[in-house]
Design a protein around this ligand. Sequence first.
Ligand code: SF4
Length: 182
Amino acid sequence: MTHKKRPERSSLFWRLGNSPQPFSAISVAKHSRIRNAVAVDGVCPYCAVGCAQKIYIKGGQIVDIEGDSRSPINEGTLCPKGSNTFQLTVNPHRQQQVLYRAPYSDHWEQKPLGWAMERIAQLTKQTRDAHFVERDEDGDLINHTTAIAHLGGATLDNEENYLIKKLFNTLGIVAIENQARI
Ligand code: SF4
């Protein structure tokens, strides 16, 4: 039996993998975006599945939102909608002022928030006053209006939804829905 001669340890073959790798200083300085971030527990705001999330915060800013692997519901995964939760809070395209388009107008106008709240309140009252039904044709007390409907946003949280439901039920609105699954 003949033995093959082993290559010299000083050859290029042996040195590869044992020598410092040729990374640039920029590559070496790179790191995960969540390094040194504080993880806060959260729940995906979009639908009733309730996938658990980890919200990573650095310097008071949200830097990432990911699925929480400890959750028996989603085991770290998020659907495409939930995966974009980060963009709810960090998004340069997000509108931050009230835009109003007057009836028959072809353009939007910027308005103060106080102006918009007052207008919504006035229109709600006008519509309710004009269409409120106290009793049905049999004389039974119903105290409702079908002239106003409410469609909630998927990103409303429990507390907001609780208050919205209370307010609109008190006004006699019966069509109260949420677009969470749209
Ligand atoms: S929207 Fe997707 S990620 Fe969010 S709770 Fe529902 S299924 Fe989970």
